[in-house]
Write a protein that binds this ligand. Sequence first.
Ligand code: DGJ
Length: 549
Amino acid sequence: MLLRTFIVTAILILLAPVPAMTQANAASIPHLAKQGTATQLIVDGKPYLVLGAELNNSSGSSLEYMRPLWPKIAATNLNTVLATTSWELLEPEEGRFDFSLVDGLIDGARRYNLHLIMIWFGSWKNGKSTYQPAWVKTNQQRFPLIQDEKGKGLPTLSTLSDSSRDADARAFAALMKHIREVDGDFHTVIMMQVENEVGVLDPPRDFSPAANKAFAGPVPKEFMDYLQNHKDTLIPELHKRWEAAGFKTSGSWEEVFGAGMDTDELFMAWNYGRYVGHVAAAGKAEYPIPMFVNTWLRQGPDKPNERKPGGYPSGGPLPEVMDAWRAAAPAIDILSPDVHVPNYDDWCTWYKQSGNPLFIPESRGDARGVAHAIATAAKYDGIGYSPFGIDRLVSPDGELGKGYQLLAQVAPLILERQGLGKVTAVLVDKDTPRSKVRLGDYTIEARFAPRSQDPNAPVASPVDRVAGLFIQLGPDDYVIAGRSINVYFESATDTTQSVGLVSSDEGQYVEGRWVPGRRLNGDETPDWRALWFPGDRYSIQKVKLYRYR
Ligand code: DGJ
């Protein structure tokens, strides 16, 4: 009996498919890991802060075009480039793959000591389908399109098609297999973005016959189970809607969540999540590096038509439908916002819900963008930041180049402290010129100082929003960095005590080592107790504090 069990087990082991990545390998490839309350990206065994930027959409399709760009990108102090790989160029004929562009991008990045985040422009890009190969585009029988309320086809692949999903997944798996083969030991490619800003544009949902049938049918059991198992931690908007319809545990989408556009959006979120999650899982079976999706956000009150599902791509991973994505797409590690709207802090807070790690794949690359990059890393324990359109942002003297030069110096200090309550940042601007935060036993306040302290240098700072970066080294020791701010300290534990500066040195981190410059005092320390960060550059100060009565 024992022998028979042994033989059967041995046969089963021999017949089992060999996993593409063994566990031992998987641990050393780029992955996510927790540190305190933060989730960090680990590259080559160390936490990594993405100081990134995304290429324009078509740049990665020509290695010739990229050639003169690489050195400029490297000189802008980035460590990571987000570059597109499109399905149409990867698989021009079904089953025939061309990896030359992928190889060329990896090679270019390596030459300039950069990492890559690859963006898979597969079935969708910005709510439309324009990057699928001709053999997909022209065969709507096999690869059906979304339809609007009147039954008119839109140039967007429907999520309700297994043949589209499987064809996309096969191509993405081939891409990941190739990346493992050429990069599994090098880790130039550190993350993948799967598809781009998905969702239905114009109608609030897909009205094709297959979609109508699924919408009228029961909410899938997997989603109902997820809702019940996560009832206490659901995103508040979804919890409220489920509660309003009576916390039903089965029924059609409209029975369980009520009728309306929000339910249309939730239905689409589930279906995009299922499709994209399937594509990601097929890729991860070949090479399981972290994978994320990005989101076209609901716009602000100045654009009322873009605040309803369909005005922005309906079903993309917006905060109110995060739970549908989590349940439908466990292979997706991060749901990311593309922040092209002004209320940066709000979106970071919403995207940190339910333990979602924060990564910003698209945003702005000006001085305000630098402030947001600092806040992402230090206030929100984020994995990194990436403005869109590096092609036109490249320059070491531009705002991004200067900001990333600062962040590159302090990144190791930030990463060591993320999730442990020893690093933070505040954002200040003309509408919120002062902001305070507690760090250790001190309350630290940044005051926006757009005009120079020095009356002989009357040039106003060109920046309209800045960040103060606060790093705690010891009970009374801090590293503070920023631009166009004054920084004040108070005791957070005893308000009868005043706080003074034992010393403040400006300086730089060179290869991780502090190299002090001037000892600052007098006119350089406003009110004899504050720090001054001038508006013409980013600077770093190392301070020691004391208390007196
Ligand atoms: C958002 C998209 O995700 C990008 O691919 C690009 O089209 C930008 N918008 C353009 O601003």
